[in-house]
Design a binder for this molecule. Structure first.
Ligand code: CTP
Ligand code: MG
Length: 397
């Protein structure tokens, strides 16, 4: 047997609200899109055959972005869904019928907490020759039937009642025939595939569902899932370092951490030669693998001549934020024989805090001489070392 997979992801998620955040299957939980987690579960399952994902035509860009970099994603075929779940599944089954699949497991993209043990239980039932297999969870709440007048009418005994999950497994040709029959008779009101199978007279075996395998339906479900995964994850803390040196020549002063200090020398360089901000720019870029200052501001580019280095640091901070980073602290050590840095440290820290948009206590500037040895000791240049810590959204992986 070959088990093909159909994942339906063409819904609009109206009950999840917040349309500006996009369809629920593309929203991040624990830093990764819902559909990426769902798809990974199937792509990493050794028993899965061809995989068809049914998407909405408006979501091509979202799908590509959400699934970039997933192992084996090149195995996935996508097709456009319809305006009901039933139609979307039907389209997925049509595409899957063109492959070597003999069986199918149909799954909601909005159920990212499926696991291999659950998939195995469904597959084992199919391997045992069942027409269909449905994962179920026994209902635990006491069930009531209400009246139109808002009164409790009766208590429904919950023995023998279950809620249905996905993936639902079937013999491919049988479920496709059942879907075709429903479409021909204009029965478009089925909310899952087991109900179509039952209606068509197929036997559906009950298998044990998973309590974690919930369908994300309301915004609250997505928020809770996000919280659960974020708690479980290790915080994504990253540290970057940077180093820079500029040569000194006769002049009227130096700019360090954006503060101009009158002096009988000046720093040579293309921009204002602020070694401290250059080192810190590199440290920030390093936390998200974004290269170094030269990659973003090539010295060959005339527009940076004499430029205040503040713009380099602002740019690096913007890149960090775009990667989902929050800057936790910035620390700069200046190595200079002269001028004296001490009287300017506070102003320097204030500059860093303003440029990075973080509080003053997260910004540190320190200075040391080089004990009159080496190029710094001979007042031939000034060096700076910087360290930055950034916490990124989502889990470390
Ligand atoms: N689905 C689909 N095509 C549709 C409707 C639903 O492929 N026309 C998919 C959804 O993307 C989801 C699964 O079927 O993965 C379960 O449906 P549901 O939870 O109802 O999702 P939505 O229809 O998107 O949400 P809502 O009903 O709140 O609008
Ligand atoms: Mg729906």
């Amino acid at each position: 047997m070959t088990i093909g997979i159909v994942i339906v992801a063409a819904g609009r998620g109206e009950r999840a609200g917040a349309p500006e955040e996009g369809p629920k299957q593309y929203r991040p939980i624990g830093g990764r899109p819902v559909i990426a987690r769902t798809l990974e579960c199937f792509l990493s399952w050794p028993r899965s055959g061809p995989v068809v994902v049914v998407t909405h035509p408006d979501d091509d860009g979202l799908f590509a972005a959400a699934t970039a970099g997933i192992a084996n994603v090149e195995r996935v075929v996508t097709t456009a869904g319809g305006d009901t779940r039933q139609r979307s599944v039907f389209e997925g089954l049509r595409v899957l019928s063109g492959t070597d699949a003999t069986h199918v497991m149909i799954h909601d993209a909005a159920r990212p907490f499926c696991d291999h043990a659950l998939l195995d239980r469904v597959a084992d039932a199919l391997a045992a020759g069942e027409d269909g297999a449905l994962p179920l969870m026994p209902v635990t709440d006491t069930l009531k039937r209400g009246s139109a007048e808002g009164l409790v009418h009766e208590t429904v005994p919950r023995a023998g009642l279950y809620s249905a999950q996905t993936p639902q497994g079937f013999h491919l040709a049988s479920i496709r025939a059942a879907h075709e029959k429903a479409a021909a008779l204009r029965r478009g009101d089925f909310t899952d595939d087991a109900s179509i199978a039952e209606w068509a007279g197929l036997a559906v075996r009950m298998v044990e569902g998973s309590p974690d395998n919930i369908k994300l339906t309301l915004k609250r479900d997505i928020d809770l899932a996000d919280e659960k995964l974020s708690r479980r994850a290790l915080p994504d803390v990253r540290t970057g370092n940077g180093y820079d040196v500029h040569q000194l020549e006769p002049g009227d002063g130096v700019t360090l951490c954006g503060v101009f200090i009158p002096h009988d020398q000046t720093l040579k360089g293309h921009s204002d030669a602020d070694v401290a901000l250059h080192a810190l720019t590199d440290a920030l870029l390093a936390t998200c693998g974004a290269g170094d200052i030269g990659d973003h501001f090539p010295p060959s580019d005339m527009q940076w001549k004499g430029a205040p280095s503040k713009i380099f640091l602002e740019h690096a901070a913007k890149i960090v934020r775009e990667h989902g980073g929050t800057i936790m602290n910035a620390d700069v050590s200046l190595i200079a024989e002269a001028p004296k840095i001490g009287p300017h440290r506070q102003a320097m820290r204030e500059n860093l805090a303003a440029i990075l948009g973080i509080s003053l206590d997260r910004c540190s500037v320190k200075a040391t001489t080089n004990e009159k040895i080496g190029f710094v000791g001979r007042r031939e240049g000034i060096a700076a070392i910087a360290t930055a810590t950034v916490v990124y959204r989502g889990e470390s992986r």
